[in-house]
Every structure is written in structure tokens, then in C-alpha cells.
Ligand binder design. Structure first.
Ligand code: GDP
Length: 177
């Protein structure tokens, strides 16, 4: 009997990027552990979390990297992007500035990551209905122009988190297989 480790067909490195406080760490723990941690930043220093899922009947281990706060100091280095097959580019639907910075993050990816990297644009905190500052249509338009996939999510409620990660992993699979 093979162990789960032996059955894993692929390991995909995915990086999570975007402005500070948009919910990157919470999205990651929602997907990796199905947790939302009220005491945020408890994962500081942790470099990545993993979750193994089935994609096209193959076991794929997603190794998802968190900047652990480094984005505050613009210190996200090329080592962070090295080998990444996918990126979750996160903004906060209640913070216009975090969406205005998305183009800069795309430039950063195009400069440091592999040309074939699959990018998923994520508008997070979609649960905050009363404080929305970014219409979904703006993001849809940007995503179409830049060839990105797009989902709105809530790491708090969990809404769309699983579909967004699974779509990214499926698209990576289609690129590498
Ligand atoms: P990071 O700096 O991008 O890693 O952001 P964090 O994951 O630390 O989240 C920043 C803050 O936003 C924390 O107070 C979280 O509790 C909160 N937060 C994260 N995701 C959501 C969400 O989907 N909805 C709401 N309402 N708050 C969220």
C-alpha cells in the first residue's frame, strides 16, 4: 500500500500576493485548514502551508506561500516567486487602493515569476456588503485585459475560497500535464 506522499503526482507552488491586510493569510488558512483565525498574524514566520487535493483524478499537493508580512516593506524577493506555477493576487473589495495597486503586483509577477504562471485575481472580503468600494465589473474588465482568472471571495465566511483555489490548481494542471 502506497502512502499518500507516494501517491502524490504533482507538487504545485502557489504564491499569495497583494497589499497588506487584504486577507492573504486568512485565505490561505481557510483553504489549507478550513480555519479563519480572529487573532490574525498568528502565522507570521510560517513560509507555506500545504493541502493535497484531487485534480483530474491525480493527487496534487498545493504548496501555498504567504509573504508573512514582508509586502509591507516591499521586500518580497525573487526567491519567493521562484518555481511558482500559480499566484493568488488579492485585493480587498472595500479598499479601492488595494485594487489600484493590482496592476503593480501584476508587473512584479511578470518581472520575477515564470512567464507561464497562472494568475488568479481575488477580490476578498465580499461579505462586507455595506462597505464595498470596488465594483466587480472593474475587476472583471481588468482580469480580461490582463488574462487573469477572477473570483470574489470571503475568507471569513469561506464563500468561493475553495472554488478559487481549485480553479487555479486545475488551470496549472492543464498547463503542466
Ligand atoms: P494579510 O495582511 O493580507 O495577510 O491580511 P490578513 O489575512 O491578516 O487579514 C487582515 C484583516 O482582514 C484581519 O483583521 C482579518 O481578520 C480581516 N479579514 C481577512 N479576510 C476577511 C474577509 O474575508 N472578510 C472580513 N470581513 N474580514 C477579513
Amino acid at each position: 500500500e502506497m502512502s499518500e506522499e507516494e501517491k502524490i503526482a504533482y507538487v504545485f507552488k502557489v504564491v499569495v500576493i497583494g497589499d497588506s491586510a487584504v486577507g492573504k493569510t486568512q485565505l490561505l488558512s481557510r483553504f489549507a485548514k478550513n480555519e479563519f483565525c480572529l487573532d490574525s498574524k498568528s502565522t507570521i514566520g510560517v513560509e507555506f502551508q500545504t493541502r493535497t487535493v484531487s485534480i483530474s483524478s491525480k493527487l496534487v499537493k498545493a504548496q501555498i506561500w504567504d509573504t508573512a508580512g514582508q509586502e509591507r516593506y516591499r521586500a518580497v524577493t525573487s526567491a519567493y516567486y521562484r518555481g511558482a506555477l500559480g499566484a493568488m493576487l488579492v485585493y480587498d473589495v472595500t479598499k479601492r487602493q488595494s485594487f489600484d495597486h493590482v496592476a503593480r503586483w501584476v508587473d512584479e509577477l511578470r518581472a520575477h515569476a515564470d512567464a507561464s504562471i497562472v494568475i488568479m485575481l481575488i477580490g476578498n472580503k465580499a461579505d462586507l456588503l455595506d462597505s464595498r468600494a470596488v465594483p466587480a465589473e472593474d475587476a472583471v474588465e481588468f482580469a480580461e485585459t490582463e488574462n487573469l482568472f477572477f473570483f470574489e471571495t470571503s475568507a471569513l465566511s469561506g464563500e468561493n475560497v475553495e472554488p478559487a483555489f481549485l480553479k487555479l490548481l486545475q488551470e496549472i494542471y492543464d498547463v503542466v500535464s
